[in-house]
Ligand binder design. Structure first.
Ligand code: FAD
Length: 404
């Protein structure tokens, strides 16, 4: 590592960017985070954190900060049509999964920024030019600056990815054929620690309780050949109201509550790239490897990737090419596993019509158990070998982790 602390620009102050900034300071880098929103963008609903993701939060010191904001995943209840009795899939254990609100998580990660971290809100990168010893960066509002490295952690529609790799989101992402709307609704049911789903051919509605919250999270998802063109709040609401217009159960009350709610809309998309870095610029989190919202693994991959990238860069002692290579090698298996869940999970909550789809969904508890695993409410893998001791700052290695 050179005597001067290497400077790293991080585009995006969400989960990946904030977690990376934390680890960067601990490894001796100086991060600057540029976030296009005017403040910490702590919107969003329920995020499920696997055991491996929780281990990263423990190493960051985030678990105490989140005290009272987390809980185990709720029990699951499916209805295959309005008149069917609810079914609770057998054999599903909640394992080590932890549920936390995205708002609480992003705030905690921001609180954990290390000394010397600079946050620039309300700005965005407009130009990146690599020189032999740095990257000259231009901003929408602030003056141009030079950094040693740039991390693009600016989400599914990454600005840095567009500037460095070209193309639009559609050129790097695969649409999996489902659109998802998430919003908060009043406590319609009085249910506690429960996630109830109405499953219909091609669509599904879910109501879920959340830790430390009295309101419920409503999720509406439906199959569609293409992501809707209109991404305005009014457009998304009109589309969901049209698709679910004839459904019973709690759906009419969910649609009524949707009128006044802010809807987080997420078409199910996976980002798949052959490489995650070019020169001195590297992608992280959804920008590089969005696993699809239905996999329930986006936040976990962002947390793991942030730790792995900072750790491997430090280990490479100033050779960013070696650091980026090792980061990619460490993360690829986790990303591939998470991405394999996305399409299957969609089939679980919004089965296709016909004999092989909806009828099969109703057919048996075995499939139910499988589906419930795939929709992210159950343990997904035991995440062997994560984190690696080598990715922790030397002072934190406790010998209990795999040293490879
Ligand atoms: C508003 C919002 C709500 C969400 N709600 C949920 C949810 O309820 N449940 C769930 O499971 N997942 C949700 N997600 C997705 C989930 O948080 C991510 O998939 C995952 O955590 C990956 O994290 P990330 O940091 O890579 O991307 P993100 O969490 O998407 O963070 C990217 C950050 O980059 C910023 N950014 C974007 N463009 C620029 C730019 N040009 N310049 C600077 N900054 C930029 C964004 O404002 C954001 O803060 C939500 C994401 C967002 C942005």
């Amino acid at each position: 590592m050179p005597s001067r602390k290497p400077t790293i620009l991080v585009s995006g102050g969400g989960i990946a960017g904030s977690a990376f900034a934390h680890w960067a300071v601990r490894h001796g880098f100086t991060p600057t985070v540029v976030e296009r929103f005017p403040d910490v963008r702590s919107e969003g609903f329920r995020i499920e954190i696997s055991a491996g993701g929780r281990r990263v939060l423990e190493h960051m010191g985030a678990v105490d900060l989140l005290d009272g904001e987390t809980g185990p995943p709720p029990e699951l209840e499916f209805r295959f049509g309005e008149s069917a009795a609810p079914v609770r899939p057998p054999g599903v254990s909640v394992g080590d999964e932890t549920v936390v609100g995205r708002t609480a998580l992003v705030r905690a990660l921001h609180t954990l920024r290390g000394p010397g971290t600079e946050y620039v809100f309300g700005d965005s990168v407009t130009g990146l030019e690599e020189t032999p010893d740095g990257v000259d960066v231009e901003f929408e509002n602030g003056p141009a600056r030079r950094f040693d490295l740039v991390v693009g952690a600016d989400g599914l529609h990454s600005n840095v990815r567009r500037l460095v790799f070209g193309g639009t989101t559609a050129d790097h992402a695969r649409y999996l054929g489902t659109n998802l709307a998430i919003f908060s609704v009043p406590d319609l049911t009085g249910q506690r620690d429960l996630s109830s789903a109405l499953v219909k051919p091609g669509r599904g509605a879910v109501l879920t309780t959340m830790p430390a919250r009295d309101d419920l999270e409503a999720v509406l998802l439906h199959r569609s050949a293409a992501a809707p063109r209109s991404l305005t709040q009014d457009g998304i609401k009109a589309e969901m109201a049209r698709v679910f217009a004839d459904d019973g159960w709690e759906v009419p009350r969910i649609l009524e509550a949707m009128r006044d709610a802010h809807v987080h809309f997420a078409p199910s998309q996976q980002v798949r790239m052959d490489v995650w870095s070019r020169g001195r610029v590297v992608l992280l989190g959804d920008a590089a490897f969005c696993p699809d919202p239905m996999s329930g693994m986006g936040a976990v991959l962002a947390l793991k990737g942030a730790m792995a990238l900072a750790g491997e860069l430090a280990r490479a002692g100033g050779d960013h090419r070696a650091g980026f290579f090792a980061y990619e090698a460490a993360m690829r298996p986790h990303v591939e596993h998470a991405q394999s869940l996305g399409g299957l999970a969609v089939s679980g909550v919004a089965p296709r019509g016909g004999a092989l789809g909806f009828q099969a969904m109703r057919a048996g508890v075995r499939l139910l158990s499988l589906v419930s695993r795939l929709v992210s409410y159950a343990p997904r893998d035991d995440e062997p070998g994560f984190p690696l001791a080598r990715q922790l700052p030397a002072a934190d290695r406790d010998g209990g982790l795999e040293a490879a």
